[in-house]
Design a protein around this ligand. Structure first.
Ligand code: HAM
Length: 411
């Protein structure tokens, strides 16, 4: 019989991966607090309408990847595929946009019906940072520096490279889209089937296609740099000089366009060559028209998100904290005495195991296998004399101690 499995593209977080997940969350929560970002948590599902327009009606996420379902009252709901839009929605709902800029941090599960592969899941966890309400390039730089420091704190900064690009302002993007459509139209018979469907609806995405034929055509595609406005050039230069001034290395990739449709000006990705094709561990950029699209005020924004599962894959094993003590009760009568002991030890934050067995041999074997240092054995005689038999399983020594002596020894 085949073993019961989770739904395709989902996974259980257990053991070492869960330890790493907790470690990453701890590091990033401390950073968010230190950098003065306010954490918000939003519902896992939202109205489908919320995502459709801002993500682009013709983007892959909206067309193929959203988990949408009809509620009993016929309204359409969607499991959030990303966190930026729900965070903006929540900022509008909860009147957080009164004093700008607003700095937000959030973590949680996202859902996309993508083809599962190494590093790509249908339910995955993201870390998100957003700044709403400033056009200043220093906000883009602050977020890129924050991302870099995050990777540095996890000791994986040397395994990633930062690529940046500017998509120019919103006018540039629409003009460039038309120019690209015209260009790709000339090669429509040679493009991959997938790219053909994007010639009109989303030509920008053909630029970062991994298909070999598409890449050849992309070599001579018009470059966005030729269409930048003066302000866009100045903003992009400023971002570059700010991140250079703190010693962050990067390369400019004019084909970096990002998978979601809401970006303008700076876009960036931290990539690694350690994970195969799903190589982006942090992605983000500026989205100056997005808040307005979600019926909020006309304010700009910039942010990034990181996939926790991909970061876990880049980290080494963590040492699990093993219990210091195993309490062993050797008969029914001594259970109460043993129970009082392990409750007291746990209240003193001494990691203590109790396996509910009264088989001393099996319990000691288990404690030895797990490399637990002390076994505290209690039976009728210990309960009567109010003491404890303590075995040091590493040294093989044994003592009879009262509670105070026991604590001194454990400390
Ligand atoms: P994104 O590039 O779609 O951007 O996702 C950001 C990161 O989430 C990716 O770089 C990757 O690490 C992780 N990720 C995405 N899809 C999957 C998946 N199927 N399985 C595992 N990990 C995945 C956004 O979501 C934007 N909201 C980022 C942003 C925030 N832009 C501005 N602010």
């Amino acid at each position: 019989m085949t073993k019961i499995q989770p739904v395709r593209g989902t996974h259980d977080l257990i053991g070492n991966d869960l330890q790493l997940y907790k470690h990453i969350n701890k590091v990033v929560s401390e950073m968010a607090d230190n950098y003065d970002y306010n954490e918000i948590k939003t519902p896992i599902f939202e109205s489908s309408e919320l995502f459709k327009k801002p993500l682009g009606e013709f983007s892959d996420v909206v067309l193929k990847e959203m988990y949408s379902f009809e509620d009993r009252n016929q309204s359409s709901l969607t499991l959030r595929p990303e966190y930026t839009i729900p965070m903006i929605r929540a900022s509008i709902t909860n009147n957080l946009l009164n004093r700008l800029p607003v700095k937000l941090f959030g973590t949680g599960s996202m859902f996309r019906r993508e083809r599962p592969q190494k590093g790509r899941y249908r339910q995955f966890n993201q870390i998100n940072f957003e700044i709403l309400g400033t056009f200043e390039p220093s906000a883009d730089a602050e977020l890129i520096i924050l991302a870099y420091e995050f990777l540095k704190n996890l000791k994986i900064d040397d395994k990633v490279n930062l690529q940046i690009n500017s998509l120019g302002d919103l006018n540039t993007i629409s003009k460039y889209n038309n120019i690209l459509s015209d260009y790709y139209n000339k090669y429509k018979n040679d493009l991959s089937e997938e790219s053909k469907t994007k010639i009109i609806s989303n030509p920008l995405r053909i630029l970062d296609s991994k298909n070999i034929e598409d890449s050849k055509i992309n070599q001579n595609a018009p470059k966005i740099t030729e269409y930048y406005s003066k302000t866009a050039i100045e903003k992009f230069d400023k971002v570059q000089s700010l991140i250079t001034s703190v010693g962050i290395n990067f390369s400019i990739n004019t084909k970096l366009v990002r998978g979601l449709d809401y970006y303008c000006h700076t876009v960036f990705e931290f990539k690694t060559n350690k994970l195969g094709s799903q190589d982006t561990i942090i992605g983000g950029g500026r989205y100056d028209g997005l808040v307005k699209t979600i019926s909020g005020p006309d304010i700009p924004g910039v942010g990034w998100a990181s996939g926790i599962e991909r970061i876990i894959m880049m980290l080494n094993k963590v040492d699990k904290k093993i219990p210091l003590v195993q309490v062993i009760t050797i008969d029914e009568q001594s259970r109460e005495y043993g129970l009082n002991l392990f409750i007291s030890l746990r209240r003193l934050k001494i990691k203590t195991r109790y396996d509910h067995k009264t088989n001393i041999k099996k319990s000691l074997k288990h404690a030895n296998e797990e490399k637990i240092k002390f076994a505290i054995i209690v039976g009728e005689s210990e309960a009567t004399n109010n003491n404890y038999t303590v075995k040091n399983l590493i040294k093989g020594t044994q003592h009879t101690l009262n509670f105070e002596e026991l604590l001194n020894m454990l400390k």
